[in-house]
Ligand binder design. Sequence first.
Ligand code: SAM
Length: 274
Amino acid sequence: MKLSDMRDLLARHDIQLTKSLGQNFLHDAHQLERIVAAAELVPADKVLEIGPGLGPLTERLLEKAGDVLAIEKDARLIPILRERFSAPRLQLLHDDALDFLKRESRDWHDWKLVANLPYSVASPILVELAAGVRAPKMMVVTLQLEVAQRLMAQTDDDDYGVLTLLVQLDFEPRGWFKIPPGCFFPPPDVDSACVCLDRRAAPLLAEPQRKIFYRLVKKSFSQRRKMMLKLLKQDWPRERLEAAFAELNISPMERAEKLSLEQFVALTEKLPLA
Ligand code: SAM
């Protein structure tokens, strides 16, 4: 789908794009091919696409994968998509994807997420999907470069934080590439990147402990510059925390950004279930 085709379609349907819906459509064939290649699609794959827009990625997904479920919030785009695609393998839903994911709580474990996400809801969508045994086996997502850096960050990086840990608990970043603003219509004000995340072969924590991990991470980063032990004392008994820190050789003066994912996991295992 060329830029001229996108412009024609939008003009024919008298559609003005909506900034709040993150409507920056990807028209660059090379970048679309890189995204699809990163998803390593085979005909047996089931793919979830969030925000198909005018369908430049959808058409490639339908070529390479099996079933595609595409969820689009903008009602004006639904008839265009229906007109463009007749494949029975495409299920098109008109819905807010975040509401849908929360409401349906489906099992995505044998699905891949391949999407050029609406930037304003990219992080909550990823956190919602990444959690737990029902998470997709792979997520190949295009989003704001700044968010991509948080997803790939390592301990002590500036971008390391809550999003990093909530997603990396279940996913390992495999690679990424930058997508320049000129590849989109209209070009966004920010840089973009495609990130590839693979679900871990085995979960690092059992299901009941995940809630503790989330609480621990969120509390530890609630005031980034403060010693995390001090912050955690608001939620857990002091003696229990001090013993856990000592057993794990973590200094009581440490700040959250210095602790690795493995240390957060180990600390979670030492804390009582709420
Ligand atoms: N996939 C298309 C492409 O690559 O050109 C469009 C990507 S555009 C960045 C994001 C798309 O997500 C838009 O079509 C927008 O209408 C849609 N969208 C925005 N918020 C959404 C939501 N909460 N749920 C589902 N779709 C949403």
